[in-house]
Design a protein around this ligand. Structure first.
Ligand SMILES: [Zn+2]
Length: 487
């Protein structure tokens, strides 16, 4: 029998009050300020005891030398129920994802949330909550993504949103940059609806970068737009992957990063309920037909060429999935792949690490992966899909990015509270036994842009509902996750 798991002695079996105990590990539970060696007793899928003493259990995991953390939450996920995407998540210590971000889903069920959850009821690698996408809703009522929606169609959008929420969606996501026809009026109407039903609304804002004179939309204007809507409607907007919007790698962006962060902090000071999330990689990813890539095909004014042509250009974008994987985009290849397979994922190497780190260390920015997957195979397109959370813990160890407890807070209780997941992200008695045990000396992201499907090192155990999905560093089970219905 393996040394890390031992059966209880026969004479103690009568006293085995727990199904499983994790003993000897350094328990870090940012929700309760716990940081020390504790035993955790698990019964019926819940945490039943946290103790400085030993706990009698039928099975024991010896976590000596390891950190015992609440399972990580990836609240900005694009797994969309793809099986292998879920595998990538659980391998990196994620136990719960919130998917359907940026206004859309790639799940085949689309707006049929009931069918989506019924499929996941059959077993999925991680627990999954779902956001209904405003761009998907727009499309369902016949709107052109590039054009404003007629007034009379807004109530139809609200009806579809209501239906998705009744079926258990947690909130509504917006992807304004993907549906540039979205108007302030539409956002206010949807925001007012969101406030009345009390849901969270993650938003991919209208622009990433920009900002020189004469450039129409910059991320500063885009942040201003959503803050205006938030002030007016008092809806709970959440700015998605903020570093992706304001940490671009060219000259004017130092000022943009600073300004963007200041604007959000000022809104928080005013009392707006607004926060954000981000990953730690210097590349973004999206699907090749996304409207934001249109600008690389159109003739542009001189200031745009100065800014984008010299600093941010198509050569920085590589193909992340499919037969052209690894190739750098040209205008011709962009047009060609848009025809061949419009859901191909591309990866743009455009962020500056120091600006990104300014974003990540803000106390109101939580961690996420934002990883996109091949919609046909579930294959990851970017190392963040397989290593986003281990990479942050590696940055904590190697580059002192932030204290370990703060990094774990941003992966556990902070996203859980923000997204209303009351039994997740903490190790208190009664919480779901979703637990990630890792080796703080070893934990490392091993995925690369060339091969984003490599599992990280140092994730030793992942429990979902008290059962082992990862055991002694090996993937053991891929069907322990449950759908999380919000109704
Ligand atoms: Zn997005």
């Amino acid at each position: 029998m393996d040394k890390r798991i031992t059966k209880a002695q026969p004479d103690s079996q009568d006293n085995a009050s727990f199904d499983l105990a994790i003993i000897g590990g350094r328990v870090i539970d940012p929700a309760n300020g716990v940081d020390g060696v504790r035993s955790i007793g698990i019964k019926n899928g819940k945490i039943a005891a946290v103790s400085e003493g030993n706990l009698p259990a039928s099975k024991t995991i010896d976590a000596t030398g390891l950190v015992v953390s609440p399972g990580f939450l990836d609240i900005h996920s694009h797994t969309d129920g793809l099986q292998h995407a879920g595998v990538c998540n659980v391998r990196m210590g994620v136990t719960t994802v919130v998917t359907g971000n940026c206004g859309y889903t790639f799940a085949p069920e689309g707006l049929d949330v009931e069918a989506f959850f019924e499929r996941l009821d059959q077993g999925y690698p991680v627990n999954t909550a779902f956001l209904v996408g405003a761009s998907d809703i727009r499309k369902a009522v016949g709107a052109d993504p590039y054009k404003p929606i007629p007034d009379q169609d807004i109530p139809k959008m609200i009806k579809l949103a209501e239906k998705a929420l009744q079926a258990g969606a947690m909130g509504m996501s917006f992807g304004i940059e993907y549906s540039p026809g979205t108007t302030q009026k539409e956002l206010i109407a949807m925001g007012e609806f969101a406030r009345t039903v009390g849901i969270i609304c993650p938003v991919h804002i209208r622009a990433s970068g920009g900002g020189l004179p004469f450039i129409k939309t910059s991320s500063i204007q885009a942040i201003d737009e959503i803050l205006r809507v938030a002030r007016k409607t008092k809806a709970r907007f959440h700015i998605s992957h903020i570093g992706g919007q304001i940490a671009m790698a060219s000259r004017p962006y130092d000022a943009m990063t600073k300004k963007g962060l200041e604007m959000i902090e000022q809104a928080m000071d005013e009392g707006l309920d607004i926060q954000s999330d981000m990953h730690s990689y210097t590349a973004w990813g999206t699907w090749i037909s996304a409207a934001l890539l249109d600008l690389f095909l159109k003739p542009q004014p001189m200031p745009w060429i100065i800014q984008h042509g010299f600093f941010l250009n198509l050569g920085m974008v590589e193909v992340g999935t499919g037969p052209h994987q690894g190739k750098r985009l040209t205008q011709d290849l962009l047009r060609q792949i848009r025809k061949e397979d419009p859901k191909t994922i591309v990866v743009g190497h455009m962020f500056r690490e120091d600006l990104l780190f300014q974003v990540l260390t803000k106390p109101w920015v939580m961690m996420c992966s934002d990883g996109d997957f091949d919609v046909h195979t579930g294959a990851p397109s970017h190392p963040r899909c397989s290593g986003a959370f281990p990479r942050v813990l590696q940055l904590v160890r190697e580059r002192n990015l932030m204290p370990l407890e703060e990094a774990l807070r941003k992966m556990t209780v902070m996203p859980a509270e923000r997204f209303g997941l009351k039994t997740k992200g903490r190790l208190s008695v009664g919480a779901d036994a979703d637990i990630t045990v890792f080796d703080p000396q070893k934990i490392a992201d091993k995925a690369t842009y060339q091969n984003p499907d490599i599992a990280p090192e140092g994730i030793e155990y992942v429990l979902i509902g008290g059962e082992a999905a990862v055991f002694e560093g090996e993937l053991l089970s891929v069907n322990l996750g449950k759908p999380i219905r919000f109704n």
